[in-house]
Design a protein around this ligand. Structure first.
Ligand code: NAD
Length: 424
């Protein structure tokens, strides 16, 4: 399959080749090879996922220590530190008070002092944090999604390209790509087990996530309110189609060999979760992606409480079907995975640290950026009510994230209205 509409402007989106090796590259690559030196690991964004990622990182490589931590809020950092201090890796959690950082700039102090960083804040900050990490020559684990808008996606792509020239490993938290049963099944799909792909159906219908964690009278500013309740603000989470359903959308991208679609159209809205405390995001999306080769991708995602929920992906081909979650393939080349069920969260860190120690940098930047943009593209098609091409999505000028972070007032973008909200 060919990339859709390659041109100079979409160069970064279509770049797949590794960047040439340079003398400085091999020097950096070998710096941590063969487990010869202790790696200082830094955690930025000490919530549920970050705490888990820190434990997995330290489990993946015994010659590591958690050296510094940053969170916007002291209480979140303390909770995470205390959980890690009672975890199986506790003896390698070495973060004294003077290496605990809070506020918006703490990420710099952590990155400055560590060899490997775990970027697990809400995704609005990912491009900024990754840019600094790569500039400083750090290996980075980047949680999904990697951005909330096209401006952020382009920044992440540029950082990941730069990481290649420096021999740095970048592993993304699109964890299903590290789940052995799915890897094995997807390989068969790619090898033609179900024939030419006709349609991919991805559903992420859930009851939603946590309710707003703080009320306005419990915080000091609007910025703190939004940061505490980050899920419900577009600039922080990218909306649930980007923050959560990106897993299913990534499965579609993966099945399609990470070739972008030509265009998409969508519907969406805010029907069940309408109160002001739920910020400015939608509670349901429905997107149709159209690929150049005729394959169609159908995506649904909802955050509705007390409603039918399911998270499922199916790949339909001319000769059979793949039930991605089973995982199994039906049709003449039927297959059901019977091997070991692995821990995908641990596997991604095992892969990450093996690449660092082996002096062979890995880079998930391209597929993670493309899958994030696929989700953003669907969101924008729903928000605006317009058909959106991949080219438009990639070149969009949208920048939801403020350029300065201050603990003060912060206007909220109104809830988008299809036909009124403009694509930018
Ligand atoms: N791969 C997966 O299956 C998976 C699962 C859960 C979450 N995630 C992703 O992990 C990320 C974090 O999610 P979570 O569930 O851990 O959320 P969380 O709210 O538990 O943790 C996020 C933490 O980041 C902190 N933070 C926010 N802005 C910050 C900044 N500028 N600098 C430093 N710290 C900052 C918050 O205070 C909070 O403690 C999200 O991108 C989410 O999509 C991935």
């Amino acid at each position: 399959m060919q990339d859709a509409q390659p041109n100079r402007r979409s160069f970064l989106m279509n770049t797949t080749a590794a960047v040439a090796t340079t003398a400085s590259l091999s020097l950096i690559q070998n710096a941590h090879a063969a487990g010869s030196d202790k790696l200082k690991v830094g955690l930025i964004g000490c919530g549920g996922r970050g705490t888990g990622a820190a434990e997995q990182a330290l489990t993946a490589d015994k010659n590591t220590e958690l050296y510094a931590m940053a969170d916007a809020f002291e209480d979140r950092l303390e909770e995470s530190l205390s959980a890690l201090k009672s975890s199986p890796v506790a003896e390698r959690v070495a973060v004294p008070k003077d290496r605990q950082y809070t506020g918006f700039d703490g990420y710099k102090s952590v990155i400055d002092q560590c060899d490997v960083v775990l970027l697990t804040t809400p995704p609005g900050f990912r491009p900024l944090h990754l840019e600094y990490a790569v500039e400083k020559g750090r290996h980075a684990f980047i949680e999904k999604p990697v951005a909330v808008d096209a401006t952020g996606v382009r920044s992440v792509l540029a950082s990941c390209e730069k990481a290649k020239t420096k021999g740095l490993s970048i592993v993304a938290g699109l964890c299903w790509r590290y789940y052995a049963p799915r890897v094995e099944t997807m390989k068969r799909v790619h090898d033609g087990a179900i024939g030419r792909l006709i349609a991919i159906e991805t559903t992420y219908d859930s009851n939603g996530v946590w309710d707003p964690r703080k009320k306005r009278d419990e915080v000091k500013s609007e910025m703190e309110y939004q940061m505490r309740n980050w899920y419900y603000y577009d600039w922080l989470s990218g909306d649930h189609i980007v923050e959560q359903a990106v897993h299913g959308i990534d499965t579609m991208g993966w099945a399609m060999g990470d070739v972008p679609p030509v265009r998409c159209f969508a519907s969406g809205g805010r029907q069940a979760r309408i109160e002001e405390r739920y910020g400015n995001i939608y509670d349901h999306f429905s997107v149709v992606y159209e690929y150049e080769d005729g394959t169609r991708g159908y995506h649904n995602s909802r955050h509705w409480k007390n409603a039918f929920s399911q998270v499922k992906d199916y790949i339909h081909g001319e000769k059979g079907m793949c039930d991605v979650f089973a995982p199994k393939i039906t049709g003449p080349n039927k297959f059901a995975y019977r091997g070991k069920k692995t821990d995908m969260y641990q596997a991604e860190h095992d892969h990450f640290f093996a690449s660092i120690r082996g002096g062979k940098a890995v880079n998930d930047g391209l597929f993670a950026s493309r899958s994030t943009l696929l989700a953003i593209m669907g969101r924008e098609a729903a928000y605006t009510g317009q058909e959106i091409t991949w080219e438009q999505a990639f070149n969009s000028k949208q920048q939801l994230v403020p350029t300065k972070f201050v603990w003060g007032d912060l206007p909220t973008r109104p809830v988008p209205r299809p036909g009124v909200t403009k694509f930018v």
